[in-house]
Design a protein around this ligand. Structure first.
Ligand code: AP5
Length: 216
């Protein structure tokens, strides 16, 4: 399966992508995770990206297009991929089409996870992360021991861009630059809307039902 997981910040793309990657045995490619790894490692790309990320702005298209071009050519993408957080602008979507054509791959479906803004703000401001990649929520998905990762025992922290004022900016950027892609993919017949407001497991089941219908 070749999948784009689409939706506003906090819609649950990362949460669902992790489970889907295990279930369908295809790689989860999160541009946010790739950029944050670069920030942690202090690479030139990471230092440049951090300036945009901390303000809730998008990192320039050419940076992201280069990342995706390289990543989709890795051998683990031979049986499919899950893109999470890419594309986010029209030039990124157009570049994806060109890249896929060049490397002989397809895009099967764009899953648009829908969640109202008020809920998104609550989800993001309550999110806590661990450096091992696990994600928790103060109300909906809390760790067994407060402030500590269940998986590795690491100390949980809040992402810099999950502060409420940055979350609001991310939502504005989403509405202005990313949301128009819904229409773009709908016109191409690739868009499927997913109700993202239920429990994590319910949203997962909904997505699997859609994906399994594509595999028949
Ligand atoms: P990125 O990391 O992609 O952030 P985002 O899209 O804003 O996505 P999030 O990770 O915040 O949300 P999500 O939908 O994955 O939700 P999650 O599953 O974590 O990007 C960060 C920044 O990098 C961008 O702002 C930009 O600067 C830059 N960037 C990245 N890609 C780029 C690109 N292509 N172009 C340019 N710049 C780019 O869930 C959120 C919370 O909700 C969690 O606490 C979770 O536990 C909880 N939750 C999940 N599902 C449910 C549920 N069903 N019910 C209750 N709670 C739930």
């Amino acid at each position: 399966m070749n999948i784009v997981l689409f939706g506003p910040p906090g819609a649950g793309k990362g949460t669902q992508a992790k489970e889907l990657a295990k279930h369908y045995n295809i790689p989860h490619i999160s541009t946010g995770d790739i950029l944050r790894a670069n920030v942690r490692e202090g690479t030139t790309l990471g230092m440049k990206a951090k300036e945009y990320m901390d303000k809730g702005e998008l990192v320039p298209d050419e940076v992201l297009i280069g990342i995706i071009r390289d990543r989709l050519q890795m051998p683990d993408c031979n049986n499919g991929y899950i893109l999470d957080g890419y594309p986010r602008t029209l030039p990124q979507a157009e570049a994806l089409e060109t890249i896929l054509e060049e490397i002989g791959k397809l895009l099967d479906v764009v899953l648009n996870i829908e969640v109202p803004d008020a809920e998104l703000i609550g989800r993001l401001s309550g999110r806590r992360m661990c450096s091992c990649g696990e994600s928790y929520h103060l109300m909906f998905n809390h760790p067994l021991k407060e402030g500590t990762c269940d998986a590795c025992g690491g100390k949980l922290y809040q992402r810099d861009d999950d502060r409420e004022e940055v979350v609001r900016q991310r939502l504005e950027v989403y509405a202005a630059k990313t949301k128009p892609l819904i229409d773009y993919y709908d016109k191409k017949g690739l868009l499927v809307n997913i109700d993202g407001t239920g429990a994590v497991e319910d949203v997962f089941r909904q997505i699997c039902n859609v994906l399994d219908s594509y595999r028949k």
